[in-house]
Design a protein around this ligand. Structure first.
Ligand code: ZN
Length: 275
């Protein structure tokens, strides 16, 4: 699933083109993709977007008149592209906005399951939709992070992915951040020393910024990630093969030398207990 660096890179790329021209035609819109029906998406026609914004892993496109907001959550398989005038688009997009200049904003989703969503909302309703989200991960700082860690006794990998606690990090960047901070994914949030909190705060910013920079240059997963999805590959710091462990419904990747003092983590997948 795209996380803060990926979505922020898209936001920056989309900001100028989406506000260049008013919307000429809104649609087609797959019935499973568009999650709201009032107002209808046709309400966007003739309006100009004010640009692209981001909150956590969501993209927001407010209209210039301040009346409407298009909110897009791409989930795992959704992709959003801006096509220049004359560029050929997909035959059956999940959602499309065609602009007067001939450009198009196109949402596609691989697979039969339509999980990506588009909401057309008033600014007030959009604010409500986002109210549950915690502060943005990038630029959080050690003080604010310490408060979040203190607020609940949780394993770090789980807490970092909790959008209500801190917004924008998913399983891939949680792996990268914890490796960079040299912390175990299973470490408990309230047990960290001041030094460890500082390391974690630094790692959140440095890893998300590294990801953003690489994504803006169009780098693919293989080059962007150094730990995530790298089972058996040498750790880029110490050369130990990267290990993998199942945790809740996720798979965690980590370096046993850098992060867990050589200990191999045991599975904590919930489904194992149910078998
Ligand atoms: Zn290592």
């Amino acid at each position: 699933m795209p996380e803060l660096p990926e979505v922020e890179a898209w936001r920056r790329a989309l900001d100028a083109p989406v506000r260049a021209f008013p919307i000429e035609r809104a649609g087609p819109a797959h019935v499973a993709t568009v999650k709201t029906f009032d107002p209808p998406v046709r309400e966007l026609e003739g309006r100009r977007l004010a640009g692209a914004e981001r909150r956590a892993k969501r993209l927001l496109f407010p209209t210039e008149d301040g009346e409407l907001v298009v909110l897009i959550h791409l989930m795992s398989a959704g992709r959003l592209r801006y096509l220049q005038a004359g560029e050929e688009g997909p035959k059956t997009p999940a959602f499309r906005l065609a602009f007067q200049g001939g450009g198009q904003l196109v949402l596609t989703e691989r697979g039969a399951k339509k999980r990506a969503g588009v909401w057309l909302l008033s600014p007030e309703a959009a604010e409500q939709e986002l109210a549950h989200l915690g502060p943005e991960a990038l630029g959080l700082g050690p003080g604010r992070l310490a408060e979040i860690l203190e607020s609940d006794q949780r394993r770090l990998h789980s807490l970092l992915r909790d959008q209500r606690a801190v917004a924008g990090i998913g399983r891939a960047w949680a792996n990268e951040i914890l490796h960079s901070a040299r912390l175990s994914p299973y470490a408990l949030s309230q047990d960290l020393s001041q030094n460890e909190v500082d390391r974690l705060a630094t790692a959140v910013d440095s890893e998300l910024e590294r990801g953003l920079e690489l994504r803006m240059r169009g780098a693919k997963d293989k080059r962007v990630y150094r730990v995530h999805d790298k089972l058996g590959e040498p750790c880029h710091v110490c050369g130990t093969p990267i290990a993998r462990v199942d945790f809740e419904e996720h798979t965690i990747f980590y370096c046993p030398s850098c992060q867990t003092g050589g200990r191999v983590l045991k599975d904590r997948r919930l489904s194992r207990l149910l078998r």
